[in-house]
Design a protein around this ligand. Structure first.
Ligand SMILES: Nc1ncnc2c1ncn2[C@@H]1O[C@H](COP(=O)(O)OP(=O)(O)OP(=O)(O)O)[C@@H](O)[C@H]1O
Ligand SMILES: [Mg+2]
Length: 591
C-alpha cells in the first residue's frame, strides 16, 4: 500500500478528467450562471422592495424586476439540470474509464500479483470504491470551482457598496466553504476510512463464509461464524450511527456560522448607514445577497465528511493502477518456434527483488496521509513481511524437443514454481530459463503463450457450458477438434453421458463436477490449445488408473509433435517419462 497524501490522490484523480475537460468547463460555467440566477432572484426581490418603498432609482421598474425574476427562475432550473447532467455524464464516463483501467491493470498483474490476495477486498475495490469516486467527479470537482467563482463574483458585488462588506463576505465564504470542511474532514475523516475498510472486510468475510460453507457445517462452526458476522455487522452499524450523528452536528455548526455572518453583515451595514456612508439600499441589498448566497459553499461544507472517504477509495484504486507487475508484457520480439527448453542454474525466492510480497496492495488497512499531510494511524497492525525463503536453488533442467520430462519431489519443494517460471509468471532472480536457446525475456508474451499449454493443479471452470469452458483454450476450435481433445483427455464419454452433453452448464467454480472430471477438462483444454510445449502439474492426481492410462497413452502418442513436462508424485505416471528429475530442498537431481 503506497502512502499518498489526500492532495496527491486528488491531483491523480483530477488528472484522469483530462479527456473530458470540455464537459467539465461547461458544467462549471452552467453551474456558476445558475447559482448567480438563484442569488439574484432574492436580490431582485430586494430591489422590488426598494422600488415599492420609493427609495433608490431603478430604471427597470417593478414590471421589469418581475420579468427578470421569472427569467432567472426559469434559467436557474434549466441550468441546474444541464449542470447536473454534465457532471453525471463526466462521472459515469470516468467510472467506466477507471474500471477499464483497473481491469487492464489486473490483467497485467495476473497471475503472479493476484496470488494470495484477498479476493473479497479486491471485489470491493472494483465495485464500491470505484462507485464512490462518483462523488468526487460529480459532486466535488465542479462544485469547488463553482463555489470559488461564485463567491468571488458576490464578494465583488457586495464590495461595490463598501469594501469592508466585501471583506466580510469573503470571510464568511472562506469560513463556510473552506475552514469548516477542512476541520470537519480532520475530525471525521478517520471514521469514514474505518467504515470503508471495515465494510470491505465484512464483504471478504461473507465471501469466505460462502465458499467454506461445507467446512463450517461439517465442523459445527456455524454458531461461531454467525456470531463473528453479527459482531462485524453490529460494529459497522455503530460506526454508521456515529457518522450520522457527526453529520447532523456538522450541519448544525454550519448553519449557526451562516447565521452569525448574516447578523454580522446586518450590523456592519447598519453601522455604515448610521455613519452616513451607505444609503438604505446599501443595507438591504448586501444583507440579502449574503443571506441568499451560501448555497455553493454549504455544498462544500457537506463534502467535508465524505471527502476523506472518497480519497481512501481513490487511494485503493490508485494502488491497483500503479502497482508494477511482477513481469511485464513483452512485444516486438522476433517470433520463434519451439525447439526444446532449458532451465539453467535458476535460483528463485518468492518476495525476492522481482517478487511482490512487499506490497500490501488491497489489504483492508488504509494507511494514508490526510489533507494536511499527517500520517494517519493504520487501523490494523502492519503485516509481517514474509521471509525470503529460497524455493529453488541452482536448479538446472534440460527439456529436449519431443520428450516427456518428469519432475518429482515432496509437497512444497517447488515443482509448481518451476512450471510457473517456465511460463514466465515470475522473473528468476539468478540463472536463466530459455526456450529454443532464447531467454524468456527475449520472447514476446503472445509468442510464448502460443507455444505453451499449462495445466495447473486446480482447474478453474467458468459458470458456462462445458463446450464454452473448453473453447477458451482455442476460440476458433471446431466441434471435431473439441471432441478429439476430450477423447485424448478421457473425458468425452463422461460428457456424452450428461443429459445435455457438451451444452451442460457447469456450476460456479465448477463444483458440480468431480475433482477428476474437472482435471480431465483442464487437460482437454491443454490438448485443444495445441501448443508444442505442455506443462502439466499433477494432471492425473485425482484420477483412477483406468482414466490415467488413457491420458498417459495420449501423452505418449503426443510426443510425436509435442514436448511435455510432467509433474507428479506417482511412480505409475512417471513410467512414460524419458527423463525424471527430482527436486529436494530446492535442489534438482536427475533420477
Ligand atoms: N505466490 C507465492 N508466494 C509465496 N510463497 C509461495 C507462493 N507460491 C508458493 N509458495 C511457496 O513456495 C513453496 C513451493 O511451492 P510449490 O507450489 O512450487 O510447491 P510444489 O512442489 O508444487 O508442492 P505440491 O506438491 O504440494 O504441489 C511452498 O513452500 C509454497 O508455500
Ligand atoms: Mg504444486
Amino acid at each position: 500500500m503506497k502512502r499518498r497524501s489526500g492532495f496527491q490522490v486528488m491531483m491523480r484523480l483530477i488528472g484522469l478528467v483530462k479527456p473530458l475537460t470540455g464537459y467539465m468547463l461547461l458544467a462549471i460555467f452552467m453551474g456558476l450562471i445558475g447559482h448567480l440566477c438563484a442569488a439574484f432572484i432574492t436580490i431582485f426581490g430586494g430591489y422590488a422592495v426598494l422600488n415599492v418603498l420609493g427609495t433608490g432609482d431603478y430604471a427597470a421598474g417593478l414590471t421589469g424586476i418581475f420579468i427578470s425574476v421569472c427569467i432567472f427562475a426559469l434559467l436557474r432550473g434549466i441550468l441546474r439540470y444541464a449542470e447536473q447532467a454534465c457532471n453525471h455524464y463526466i462521472a459515469f464516463k470516468l467510472l467506466a474509464l477507471i474500471r477499464d483501467k483497473v481491469f487492464r491493470a489486473l490483467r497485467r498483474l495476473c497471475p503472479a500479483k493476484l496470488e494470495g490476495r484477498d479476493k473479497g477486498n479486491l471485489i470491493s475495490v472494483i465495485t464500491s470504491d470505484i462507485e464512490l469516486l462518483e462523488v468526487f467527479y460529480a459532486h466535488t470537482v465542479s462544485p469547488v470551482a463553482i463555489a470559488v467563482l461564485f463567491s468571488g463574483v458576490l464578494c465583488l458585488f457586495v464590495g461595490a457598496y463598501h469594501w469592508s462588506l466585501g471583506v466580510l463576505a469573503l470571510a464568511a465564504y472562506l469560513t463556510v466553504g473552506a475552514i469548516i470542511p477542512v476541520v470537519i474532514s480532520c475530525i471525521s475523516g478517520e471514521d469514514g476510512m474505518k467504515f470503508r475498510s471495515k465494510s470491505g472486510e465484512l464483504g471478504g468475510f461473507v465471501l469466505d463464509s460462502l465458499r467454506g460453507l461445507s467446512e463450517t457445517i461439517q465442523y459445527g462452526n456455524g454458531a461461531k461464524r454467525l456470531a463473528e458476522m453479527n459482531a462485524k455487522t453490529e460494529a459497522l452499524a455503530v460506526d454508521e450511527a456515529r457518522m450520522k450523528k457527526v453529520t447532523g452536528r456538522n450541519m448544525a455548526v454550519t448553519n449557526t456560522v451562516i447565521l452569525v455572518f448574516d447578523l454580522a453583515m446586518l450590523f456592519l451595514c447598519t453601522a455604515l448607514y448610521q455613519n452616513g456612508i451607505l444609503d438604505f439600499d446599501g443595507v438591504l441589498i448586501p444583507t440579502i445577497a449574503l443571506m441568499s448566497s451560501f448555497g455553493p459553499c454549504v455544498a462544500l461544507a457537506n463534502l467535508g465528511s465524505t471527502l476523506q472517504n472518497t480519497f481512501a477509495a481513490g487511494n485503493r484504486v490508485l494502488d491497483i493502477l500503479e502497482e508494477t507487475p511482477a513481469v511485464s508484457d513483452i512485444t516486438g520480439k522476433e517470433e520463434i518456434t519451439f525447439e526444446g527448453a532449458n532451465v539453467n542454474r535458476v535460483t528463485f525466492a518468492y518476495g525476492g527483488e522481482a517478487g511482490t510480497a512487499d506490497s500490501n496492495m488491497w489489504s483492508a488497512e488504509n494507511g494514508m496521509e490526510d489533507a494536511l499531510g499527517r500520517r494517519r494511524k493504520t487501523q490494523t497492525q502492519e503485516r509481517p513481511q514474509p521471509a525470503q525463503n529460497v524455493v529453488l536453488s541452482e536448479v538446472s533442467v534440460e527439456i529436449p524437443k519431443n520428450t516427456v520430462v518428469g519432475i518429482v519431489g515432496r509437497s512444497g519443494s517447488g515443482k509448481s514454481t518451476l512450471l510457473k517460471l517456465l511460463m514466465r509468471f515470475w522473473k528468476v532472480q539468478q540463472g536463466s530459463v530459455a526456450i529454443s536457446g532464447t531467454a524468456l525475456e527475449e520472447i514476446s508474451t503472445a509468442n510464448l503463450r502460443a507455444m505453451e499449454s499449462f495445466v495447473t493443479q486446480q482447474t478453474h471452470l467458468f459458470h458456462d457450458s462445458i463446450r464454452n469452458n473448453l473453447r477458451i483454450a482455442r476460440l476458433d476450435a471446431t466441434e471435431e477438434e473439441i471432441v478429439a481433445a476430450c477423447k485424448k483427455a478421457s473425458v468425452h464419454d463422461f460428457i456424452m453421458s450428461l443429459p445435455q452433453g457438451y451444452d451442460t452448464p457447469v456450476g460456479e467454480l465448477g463444483d458440480t463436477l468431480s475433482g477428476g472430471e474437472r482435471q480431465r477438462i483442464g487437460l482437454a483444454r491443454a490438448f485443444l490449445h495445441d501448443a508444442p510445449f505442455m506443462l502439466l502439474d499433477e494432471p492425473t492426481s485425482n484420477l483412477d488408473s483406468l482414466n490415467e492410462a488413457v491420458i498417459l497413452k495420449s501423452l505418449h502418442e503426443a510426443r510425436a509433435d509435442k514436448t511435455v513436462v510432467l509433474v507428479s508424485h506417482r511412480k505409475s505416471t512417471m513410467g512414460i517419462a524419458d527423463k525424471v528429475y527430482s527436486v529436494e530442498h530446492g535442489r534438482m537431481g536427475r533420477l
